[in-house]
Design a protein around this ligand. Sequence first.
Ligand SMILES: [Zn+2]
Length: 244
Amino acid sequence: MKFQALREQVCEANLATVKHGLVALTWGNVSAVDRNRGIVAIKPSGISYEELTPENMVICELASGSVHPGPFDPSSDTPTHLHLYRSFPSIGAIVHTHSSYATAWAQLARPLPCYGTTHADHFRGTIPVARPLSGDEIAGNYEHAAGVSIVDTFCANHLNPDHVPAVFLPGHAPFVWGPKLRPAVDNAVALEEVACMALLMGAGHNAAPSPLDPRIVDKHYSRKHGADAYYGQATTPKRGIIPS
Ligand SMILES: [Zn+2]
């Protein structure tokens, strides 16, 4: 099968997030880019981890977002991954999970300072929170806008994505990356641990978390339920092309 080695590596990395306890149900997705061939391999949308095989990893064009022919639609978060690969040329793999402690921190919508050496071993300073999305961004190409919000935040704060390979989407969860799959997964594990340690220390306990923006509540619910749902695999002909 074409791109077999990349498919195998991306499948293995997706399964590693489960092994490390970062993933429940179908939450989360891992991808990797082959910049020489201009392609990205990513987990299919809404497929259980028990069913993941190298063959059902989805291949997309890095530049256009076009999906190579195959039985499955890619992760609904693919436009976020593509925008990060296009904007951060040194990164090679991306891990998105809803791991409990890192997601708790994302839901506090607070930057996570470096409290100790475990953090400093992986991240050179504070893990930032991406800027909130506008109403138009939520209503439009939401997953692409999430990527734009991450890149905007790194640019506005002069952050180097090689030094700080993680970000919190406020009210959502972390996106983590690295030069290759293994360090990207390791960074996701490290972020979960340092978020846990921060909460154990009492950091964030004086925060008053805000309920999620109701527009994002509706967006996420309707991604999975109802006539316009697009999470998971289409029962009618595949969408084929992802907006770039
Ligand atoms: Zn998510």
